[in-house]
Write a protein that binds this ligand. Sequence first.
Ligand SMILES: Cc1cc2nc3c(=O)[nH]c(=O)nc-3n(C[C@H](O)[C@H](O)[C@H](O)COP(=O)(O)O)c2cc1C
Length: 157
Amino acid sequence: MKTLVVFYSRTGFTKKVCLELAVKLQAEVEEIIDTKSRKGPIGWLNAGRDASRKLSTLIAQTQKDPAQYDLVVLGTPVWAWTLTPAIRAYLEQNRAKIKKAAFFCTMGGSGDAGTFQGMEELLRQKPAAVLALKTKQVAGSQYAAELDKFAEQIAKS
Ligand SMILES: Cc1cc2nc3c(=O)[nH]c(=O)nc-3n(C[C@H](O)[C@H](O)[C@H](O)COP(=O)(O)O)c2cc1C
């Protein structure tokens, strides 16, 4: 199955897991770049505000065509109990090209349900599999079994 792993990551936690998942799935990777600065205290405040208002953002031109893949894995950090503006923008631009999807998120503590619901609404389809990991688990590399299960569900879908 031809698979694409698409992710946005501000501080590297989502990126770390998505890159490992891509190796497991022998998938190609697309990192989404938010052109709006999310650095420093102002960037952080704006990030939370934009996410909670369900705003989109301007993302850099992407390289891969999702229509060329059987399944697209979408990875995002949780911001204000929902998805990031960057993944929102990607979904708004590409939803019609995504045949099948799986959702992944990292979070400090909670908000995975709202994040996955938001992604499902934007995509207008249910995911084949979902996985949410906490930042602490990612930092301590304590997610091998969960990631294997997620990869298995994707491969079987
Ligand atoms: C603006 C902002 C809002 C956040 N909101 C939440 C939240 O609602 N729930 C939560 O558990 N973590 C929240 N976090 C923490 C991130 O989801 C967490 O640190 C994540 O692993 C970061 O992923 P990244 O390193 O890929 O950017 C927030 C982080 C930022 C920057």
